[in-house]
Write a protein that binds this ligand. Sequence first.
Ligand code: DGJ
Length: 696
Amino acid sequence: MPIHARDHYWVLESKNTAYAFGVANDGALAHTYWGPRLKSPGDYPEPLPPTAWASFNAPGQLATAEYPGYAGSNYVEPCLKTTFADGVRDVVLQFVRADVIDGDSPALSITLRDAYYPLQVVLHYRVHEQYDLMERWVEVKNLGDTPVTLERVWSALWHLPLGGKYRLSHLAGRHIDEWQLHREPLNVGLKVRESRRLTTSHNAKPWFAVDRGVADEVQGEVWFGVLAWSGNWKMVAEVTDFSSTRIGIGLNDWDFAWRLTPGETFTTPSALAGYTAAGFGGASHILHDYIRDTLLPHGKHLHPVLYNSWEAVFFDVSEAAQLQAAELAAQMGVELFVMDDGWFHQRNYEDAGLGDWWPDAVKFPQGIQPLIARVNALGMDFGLWIEPEMVNPDSDLYRQHPDWVIHFPTRTRTEMRNQLILNLGRSDVQAYLIEVLDKLLSEHNIVFVKWDMNRNVSEPGWPDAPGDAREIWVRYVQGLYHVWGTLAQRHPQVLWQSCSGGGGRADLGILHLADQIWVSDNTEAVARLAIQNGFAQVFPAITMEAQVTQMGQTPAPLEFRFHVSMMGSLGISADLTRWTAAERELGAQLVAQYKEIRPIVQLGDQYRLLPAEGQPFSAVQYVSPDRNESVLFAFRTHIPEPVFLPPIYLRGLDPDGCYTVEGFEGTRSGQAWMNIGLYLRLKDLESKLLRIRRVK
Ligand code: DGJ
């Protein structure tokens, strides 16, 4: 059984790891252990007796509190901050009871209650035993008859072993430059990563990996975690004055408040975290497996090779040009044709049309059904781009409902890309979007939708909000999940892609709805290697939509561009009429090759052999779950002469199996191939794709 409970003390064990906490003798919940699973449940440490440090540091300052409230003289980062109806801003949580649920999905809930006020807090823990992951979320319930204001309510606080010196890995960047991997030492004080943009953001990602400064891709202890949420979030790594390191993660408290009415329960998003001794690669494998096996709406259904019209025509959409592109795409073996922005009412540029989700009558006098029928006759499925949360002031919708956007009445409504944001917290907005998009999906044979979001918030007002107007940060995301979830449930055949001007909304929350993510608007192949390397820290290849385009002053050779995109879910977005016949022929061959290796890439284990972290070369390997097949991608960008490419050590093969590696002589054991190191000769901007096969 993975959850051991004894006398106010709990140990949660997964396949290889364990997490323990208990009630200390001052009645507070104290964390005691997170690391490798020990031989017996009795091996885990008990809570330390509470201690103080002179008159300036009470026990709360030194304790490893499992879920600290803002109370007393605790100056550490709290998980919960409230104001009660009488103005008291101090929440004292006391243990009430624990409930263990055994079975397929073992769980533990710890019920706490404020010492004076009728406020109940339930800490939920679920053990994903086979994935070595633990999920935590919190419910706060108002049992009284006056409202309580929640000002911070985090999902989890994760304590690292005391006394350690740690290094934080996190993802940073900006639009067209997302997913850059940063590693830096954690020193005393706070390191904050967050989004205040209403959505997950391009700039920071709700993911962390912490090691002792010595882990690499294959070895070393790594504690890692994510937050499954697509709105404002916050992650605070704190090294206290007493050498305790902890990471709090949850909804962002910046400008946040929630008026918890009598009887109401507030539920936080889930935080997931794990421990591995197998380095950063090991941490990624755990997340990849969990996401692929349990989250994606269409599970392990292989993603089609798609063509997307954006980079070919931008807003200059016409039926004739779409048809021409469709014919060329079909000849190259594309399986799904996606019409991007520019197809709907009055959408000739980015200054009009958002909100009016029906085909433009000038561009499509008979609607889009004839185009869809032709695409289907060419043997391809059809997909469509939408941006439901947005409205252009120049649209029928805005003219009818100017009050539907997020705004403050006395302030200018700041436009970005000429658009404003509909307040998805409002039920009338949700109902409108469900109705208009349901009609679109019901009347057309659409099996793929790219859901975009091309700006971040400004003037976050909600003039006639039913509760506290600062609830908008959460209610907007709940509204988004409701609209998208309703459409997904009514149209189960649709595969959804989450896009926000590239990778602005990529998180484990949105992956309950979307099967794939548009990683970045930067499709220049060399830049893309680092972007994909960052993305892969968290997400499996099946979720990584990657397109071959013409981006860049001098685009890399076509084969190189294809190889970069073949490491995820392959797509093409380019004006194919400008490709030569030879280029289209090469493209067709590579699409065919991709279809052969697709199950290995999309469903296999990924190994970053030479991670693209500031290097002029990189290599990534994928191994099928049965370890019978593998594929190696290697890239050289630019290295000044004299050149020495490092050897590549394969991974993930069955050490006792026999394998051949394309381009290398002989049959060797997996053990041999993984230890001898392969030298590849590559020129600048050259790439290689090598198949590796088990010999029976
Ligand atoms: C931003 C997306 O990231 C692009 O791929 C494209 O869909 C444009 N929006 C269309 O406006």
